[in-house]
Design a binder for this molecule. Sequence first.
Ligand code: UD1
Length: 363
Amino acid sequence: MMIVGARPQFIKSAPIIHELLKHRNVELKLIHTGQHYDPEMSDVFFGELALPSPTLNLAVGSGSHASQTARMMRKIETCVVREAPSVVLVPGDTNTTLAASLAAVKLAIPVAHIEAGMRSGDMTMPEEINRKLADHCSTLLFAPTQTAVCNLKKEGLGKATRLTGDTMVDVLHTVVPFVQLKQDTMLERLELLPQDYVLVTLHRPSNVDNLNRLREILTALRKVAKRLQVIFPVHPRTRARLAKLGAFSSPKNGRITFMSPQGYIEILILLKNASCLLTDSGGMQKESFLLHVPCITLRSTTEWPETLIGKANQLLFKPEMIPKAILEIAFNEKLKQTITSLRNPFGDGHASGKIARILKEAF
Ligand code: UD1
């Protein structure tokens, strides 16, 4: 039983789902908790990644951490008791990951954590709590990188750990042809030229829930927009906060284009052609590394330290530093050459095959 619920989980589990479906003697139940429910946060990924419809959607929706996680746990428990799976697969580090891990392990059903061992060292992030607890509930830990393996060993979890590589490399490889095919039309529709804009995605509570901080970020983006066009697909959490600041009706935005959350192929087109990325997403730090696009991460820590090599990704916390940092990397050809030559530490694009084989042998 694979349990997913939030946008990044649909992406990173897609190649594993396809791999498992190839095996005739594997019966896969795909459970969607409903943590993300807007079509552009959920359905679009099932379509683009050709995923089967979930066996069940638990429709838990949004809420505070405790109430959302508790609602998920109750519904997942019923579902796990009814289906009695051999193993519950939990990808990533969202509240869905935590709820599924806790519900399954307490029913003595083995848990396998996909993307195990990531650590930012920052326990104020809900994801850090979720991923640590999920790891400690799991019988099998699929680690995407050598750093993750070391982290798990340090916590006494070495025996359960398997280095598989990152399934996000697998899925990226499968969609690159579609990115090539569709990019000209999309850029033309948006009247964008390659290398002529900065892509921005922000959704972490630490950046967007505090309106003073978000206002400072917006001011910084307006400064950037005087030199370079800003393309900003807006997560629903961020949209609500930006609306409170009147951002969408302000004439001061200049060349900032706010748009709805994008599908997977669309966001990769925007990323691949950007001069640089400003983000607080975990997944996009990796994707920009893999697509050789320089990245500024608006956080003081990262669970993906490999991306910091060669300054491919730079951590930055103070919003007032954003304009200088962006303008330094956006036109830096030497940096771009360095990034292009970096070794990929995230695996060879065959992580899902390895995960499916290990699961078949174990169960
Ligand atoms: C969640 C994950 C985060 C991941 C992100 C990707 C947790 C703790 N966080 O954060 O790790 O990077 O997903 O997007 O699980 N909302 C909608 N429509 C939706 C979903 C959410 O409008 O389809 C709004 C609601 O107002 C909700 C808010 O977004 O309260 C936040 O959603 P939530 O699922 O709680 O967390 P994310 O910020 O999306």
